[in-house]
Design a binder for this molecule. Sequence first.
Ligand code: FUB
Length: 372
Amino acid sequence: MSRPGSFAIVLRLAVAACLGWIFYGCAPATESPSPCTPPGSASVAPSGQPGQLDIFHKPLATGIYTADPSAHVFDGKLYIYTSHDLDTNRPDDQLGGQYDMEDYHVLSLTDMHSPAVDLGEILNVKDVPWAVQQMWAPDAAFKNGTYYLYFPAKDDQGIFRIGVATSSSPAGPFVAEKEPIPGSFSIDPAVFVDDDGQAYMYFGGLWGGQLEKWQSGSYDALGAVPASPQKAIGPRVARLSDDMLSFDGPVGEVTILDGEGQPVVEGDFNHHFFEGPWVHKHKGTYYLSYSVGEAQYMAYATSDDPLGPFTFRGYVLPPVQGWTTHGSIVEFQGEWYLFYHDASLSHIDHKRCAKVAPLTYNADGTIQLITP
Ligand code: FUB
């Protein structure tokens, strides 16, 4: 996890803020909605097609700040599980403390021409026995008639763990297990269920996400990102047990290879893994998308094995407003989409809004760069 801090980032946000005020012409959202951002409603604009709305590249929800959208199709409907950035101003503690979140919401879409609906809170930190703070990026999965919500949070030692909660409905509410998943650590769980029913959890994030503190296999408060040009730290992957509540076997590290077939190294800020892993499958190929961190691109790599290694192929999304980038890729009603977030609704780095954009594959399986 990350923090802003450079003059360049501040300048970029300031310019974006000016443009936003010019183009949107309305006040940024607050937790008490402004006249142009009614609570629980979605932001939409006419597309020119009678009766249809253009929802692409616009905040899906404007009544609250939403981030880290994880999109899934359940029962023919699209559900977007999001973090909820509170409208608070905790100071930047260099560990992402300003990303102040205590609950999750789920939005739903029936098609890509209707407004998203905020179905409300589905889990709150006060209902998670082991969690204390920072309910960061979640994901969801469905198996054997049950819906699962996976989420990271800090425990009473200030260490990120990953928890799971269950529900009989994709809209929740979810009931959390009493303890985090044994052997889990760091942030940003993303669960991929393969065609054979085997589920995998990918997870991890550097800096505030603490992944570099787990290189020895246990938590080392002094653990640091290796110096360049040592092999970059990769996201973690674990098979999930059939009941989806625990890891089935050891946690492995995913290797990302560069164009020459060599592992990506630390210091290679255009390619290395930073946070926000997401895996989807397209025409038999596994795609791992992730934030590269410092260079602020959302990159992707491919493999013919869900455990990797994955080979870097390019970028899905260029830098967006705000320091973080985090997204999910999903097929819905025969088309592919990227869900992502930026800071365009508030123009404040840690008050983000989830958005959606169409995603296009080239004939060779590469993904066209999306222009926000
Ligand atoms: O939303 C909190 C953190 O910001 C997520 O866990 C990271 O992926 C980044 O988006």
